[in-house]
Ligand binder design. Structure first.
Ligand SMILES: Nc1ncnc2c1ncn2[C@@H]1O[C@H](COP(=O)(O)OP(=O)(O)O)[C@@H](O)[C@H]1O
Ligand SMILES: C=C(OP(=O)(O)O)C(=O)O
Ligand SMILES: [Ca+2]
Ligand SMILES: [Mn+2]
Length: 656
């Protein structure tokens, strides 16, 4: 035990009783606590010492900003006015009275703003105009933990320090409840109709839902407001504001969006896009266009999104991703549903794939720099991550197989819908009691080799991930440009039937651009941009099956993560480009005969199947599904330049 300075050393403290002088105590049984006493005469005073004001931020220099001359108070007032305007009801034409801080804490009502256009109250003013809406503005993770634990049932600190939360009845996205406002502009610009994720709603209905969300939020004692950024490319940065009812949602977005510095926050101004997350409150099913009590509504003209009836946090991040899929192509920037990482030599890889195919797992690679796990932009300067955090699936997560993700689950991380020991608070990642879609959301810098800022040069390798539960696609194949486009537009993966009795058949899913749920324009628009960029920068396309081998789901096994990692290593280090290849039947895929660290027998899938007839049958079945899916695209021309490309793409699919 370290010497604590007690014992016979008496300190003078002036007020209070004189010290009892004791002999230095060697058996540690009896001693007076004679360290210096606190500088407080009451308990309240003592508590007031505990928290100090944040250190002042660097004064803003230069005259480039109109805020430079503002006093702190004026700046605060403008900020509150902006928030009040965001929360303004459209029917009452007035914003709520907003005040900063937790209503539970008694405090001076220093910054009150009543943003209004009508100065005298009229009969139209409802009771809600008389109350304050307390705003918890860009709280820190620690503050959000306290809010969540105190007020949100189902919030707990886990043994590693993460915040475990429940997302409620919805534990995944609700794509069928997503609506996009169809107006004169979006009618011609967006992709509508069969296969499109954009289900229309009219402006009026949007306003009805917006009002419902805003009224709900204003009826609360307090709302959380996050002002943050999207996109690490400084020229194409988007300012987003998220208004939400739960600390869980605020912490989730704190982690997932780019966190502004205090200076950037002071100069934030008006957001480019606003989310109203009233997910705790349902939409009204009698409202036109509504088919359930959940509605996620996007209005591009108003630059707003409204969420009603779902608390699944992923809805916000993927909603913003949809917005980027609209805004970026307008600037000739390609938005990508992909992970991205970079080697020591600056070689960048993209990992496309649908949910659960391995974007997050494989882009998080201890030997490479992580640029991002899910959403990127490809400009003429290279790639940039859209987000400031990662959102990893954590079902069956293990420390040894995915150490970087495991270690990222610590203080500040949101852990959704996991099950933990009620006493030790240790998480059981194998437990699917709440959902199989358990998730961890953490800031990207929680990954030790994150590339900050999250940008990189032009990609060298474009890896398409497919989790083939039929077990017939090779673990890896090298693709021609036309094949890359064919598979990019197809966006194949297979979902396993799950644990339900009797269902043995995997379900093939085709999701254009590996993200049909989020794209806003016709898939061929994105495909044309990808083709042009890959050609210009000489990127190689690869198809990697992270799914089954040696038989379909039920008979075969999922390809070992370790083997997939070896395959990815061989792509990154260039050795796979040099390998010997043979062409597969039906799909015409070039498959290598050997990859370091991977048993050669599995590289040609037929070898791993004991029942060859069954293999052939399954292969033909999948090929048929590909063909049928691609029929919708056969009448579209890809791009404007190379006329042959469309022909080549059509010929790059399965042949039988
Ligand atoms: N061979 C494999 N390759 C990639 N992921 C695998 C493999 N085998 C099992 N997995 C698991 O599949 C899941 C992939 O999910 P994730 O990386 O979050 O996908 P995405 O980011 O594309 O949604 C992870 O839980 C991972 O551990
Ligand atoms: C968050 C999601 O993305 P992913 O599964 O691709 O990580 C999602 O699809 O809800
Ligand atoms: Ca995993
Ligand atoms: Mn992911």
């Amino acid at each position: 035990m370290a010497e604590n300075g007690n014992g016979n050393v008496a300190t003078e403290n002036g007020n209070g009783l004189g010290k009892i002088h004791t002999k230095k105590n060697h058996n540690g049984i009896c001693h007076d606590d004679s360290g210096p006493t606190v500088k407080a005469s009451t308990i309240d005073e003592l508590h007031s010492l505990q928290k100090k004001k944040s250190a002042p931020t660097t004064p803003i220099s230069g005259n480039s900003t109109p805020f430079a001359t503002l006093t702190d108070e004026e700046r605060q007032k403008m900020q509150l006015q902006s928030i009040s305007a965001s929360l303004a009801s459209l029917t009452r034409e007035t914003g709520p009275k907003v005040v900063k801080g937790d209503p539970a804490k008694s405090q001076k009502v220093a910054h009150v703003t009543h943003h209004h256009h009508i100065s005298t109250p009229t009969i139209a003013v409802s009771d809600s105009a008389l109350k304050f809406t307390h705003v918890l503005y860009n709280l820190s993770p620690a503050e959000l933990y306290e809010q969540a634990i105190k007020y949100e049932k189902g919030s707990f600190v886990t043994s590693s320090g993460a915040l475990a939360t429940l997302s409620g009845a919805k534990t995944g996205r609700s794509p069928r409840d997503k609506r996009v406002v169809k107006d004169a502009v979006t009618e011609s610009e967006l992709w509508w109709g069969k296969g499109s994720p954009n289900i229309e709603m009219d402006e009026q209905t949007f306003l009805v839902n917006r009002e419902r969300a805003v009224d709900y939020l204003n009826s609360l004692d307090k709302v959380f407001v996050n002002d943050q950024f999207l996109n690490w490319d400084p020229e194409n940065r988007i300012k987003v504001r998220i208004v939400s009812a739960r600390a869980y949602h605020s912490l989730f977005m704190h982690n997932m969006c780019i966190r502004p510095s205090p200076e950037e926050l002071e100069n934030f101004g008006t957001p480019d896009f606003t989310i109203y997350n009233a997910g705790k409150f349902p939409c009204n099913r009698f409202t036109h266009y509504m088919t359930s009590s959940t509605s996620i509504d996007l209005n591009l003209a108003r630059r707003e999104m409204v969420i009603l009836g779902t608390q699944y946090a992923g809805e916000m991040k993927k909603g913003l991703f949809s917005v980027m899929h609209y805004l970026m192509p307008k600037r000739n920037i390609l938005s990508l549903h992909s992970g991205s990482n970079m080697g020591k030599d600056g070689d960048v890889a993209l990992f496309f794939g649908l949910s659960g195919t391995g974007k997050t797992t494989l882009s998080t690679d201890h030997n490479r720099y992580l640029i991002g796990d899910d959403e990127h932009c490809w400009t003429e300067n290279g790639v940039s991550n859209i987000e400031g955090g990662c959102y990893a699936k954590c079902i069956d997560l293990s420390r040894e197989k995915e150490p970087d993700i495991w270690n990222a689950i610590r203080f500040g991380t949101v852990l959704e819908n996991v099950v933990f020991d009620e006493h030790t608070r240790e998480v059981d990642y194998t437990d699917k009691s709440v959902t199989e879609n358990t998730r961890a959301a953490y800031p990207i810098e929680y990954i030790p080799n994150a590339k900050l800022p999250c940008v990189g040069p032009h990609p060298k390798n474009v890896i398409l991930l497919a989790c083939d539960a039929f077990g017939v696609l090779p673990p890896v194949s090298k693709l021609s440009l036309a094949q890359t486009m064919y598979h990019f537009i197809s966006g194949y993966t297979a979902l396993v039937a799950g644990t339900e009795d009797g269902i043995k058949e995997p379900q093939a899913t085709f999701s254009a651009c590996f993200g049909a749920a989020f794209i806003m324009l016709h898939p061929t628009k994105y495909a044309a941009m990808l083709a042009e960029k890959m050609e210009t920068h000489g990127a190689t396309g690869w198809l990697v099956n992270t799914g089954w081998s040696g038989g379909s789901y039920g008979t075969g096994n999922r390809i070992k993560l370790n083997y997939t990692r070896k395959i990815i290593d061989a792509i990154h280090n260039g050795s796979l480009l040099e390998a010997e290849y043979k062409k597969s039947e039906i799909f015409g895929l070039e498959t290598p005969t050997s990859v370091e660290g991977v048993p050669s027998e599995i590289l040609d899938p037929v070898n791993a199947w004991s029942d060859k007839d069954s293999y052939n049958e399954t292969l033909l079945k999948l090929a048929g599904l590909f063909k049928k899916n691609f029929e919708t695209f056969t009448n579209y021309k890809i791009g404007t330049g190379n006329d042959n490309l469309t022909e080549e793409i059509l010929a790059a699919g399965p042949n039988f």
